[in-house]
Design a protein around this ligand. Sequence first.
Ligand SMILES: CC(C)(COP(=O)(O)OP(=O)(O)OC[C@H]1O[C@@H](n2cnc3c(N)ncnc32)[C@H](O)[C@@H]1OP(=O)(O)O)[C@@H](O)C(=O)NCCC(=O)NCCS
Length: 331
Amino acid sequence: MPRTEFISTGFYVPERVVTNDELASIMDTSDEWIRTRTGITERRWAANGQMTSDLAVEASKVALDRAGLQPSDLDCIVLATLSGDYFFPGGGVYLQRKLGITDIPCLDVRNQCTGFLYGLSIADAWIRTGQYKRLLLVGAEVHSTGMDLSTKGRDLSVLFGDGAGAVILGPTEDPGRGVLSTHIFADGRYAELLFCDLGGCAHTPRMSHEHLDAGLHFPVMHGKEVFKHASTKMPDAVKLALQANGLTTADIKVLIPHQANLRISEMVQRQLGLRDDQVYNNIQRYGNTTAGSIPIALDECLQDGGINRGDLVMFAAFGSGFTWGSAAVRW
Ligand SMILES: CC(C)(COP(=O)(O)OP(=O)(O)OC[C@H]1O[C@@H](n2cnc3c(N)ncnc32)[C@H](O)[C@@H]1OP(=O)(O)O)[C@@H](O)C(=O)NCCC(=O)NCCS
């Protein structure tokens, strides 16, 4: 059975940079609070009318260009996002339409900050069985239009940013290379700890003036619980991946954790006993881009020369659901 290799990567973030000081001018927060608690100094916000599929298509074009492929060479699209353009259909078909192609399947993955790893797990299974050979996997989000930007929502709205990362995956016959393993998990007992109430069928009507007045369309989060679970589940998932492949932390060239909070990444690093140069973080510039964060960080890490052929790259993620997981890739 072939393994799955990363043929190329690409990312796109909107032009508009939003600094902590800009947030402090619209809500009661400060650059100092945000930097010391989260490590974030700025994030990007989409322009008016710029949707998740617009970000996704830009990231995809970069990945396609680097692979020397045309959209028509793709045989499958997987889009991970919690912020699709519309409630339905899912965003995958809009990405497909913007790429100017038809007929190939478009799968939408809704696993929040673990979305990219859920998508990778599915893509890997499909590729290994020979079902698809040129699969576009994208993680993309527009959070800026969906958050409570008043002081009431400040615990959450200072964390998140908009952006998209894309990878093109295909089979490799090169033994030892490619995706070595994926491990994905969930625990629905914690679903409401990072949660957006409105939009589904839980309310009749699904949305009313009263709901909006109560702010039920804004996501809410129990930050301390999320922090606690994220900083244990991610290292646990990495340990599982190492164990499954007969590897140790010394074998890791770089761990790319989901960019939730620099303090969480530092906890993960400490628990695994990794050196600074073994962990890649870029949350400082983009905030938490949810499903976009791992592929964006992967692309930046590659462009920085942080990954070479044969290196062991490890991914770990944690997010709403709760969902979490890891993936090990021999580059
Ligand atoms: C959100 C988070 C940074 C808050 O940090 P914390 O250490 O739990 O919060 P602290 O106890 O230091 O501070 C809480 C206080 O800060 C205030 N506060 C919250 N957000 C603030 C902000 N943006 N600016 C200023 N003050 C803020 C709170 O109102 C609270 O004030 P109070 O004590 O007067 O009630 C932290 O819990 C976190 O990062 N959690 C994980 C979030 C995450 O990663 N989510 C995505 C997962 S995929």
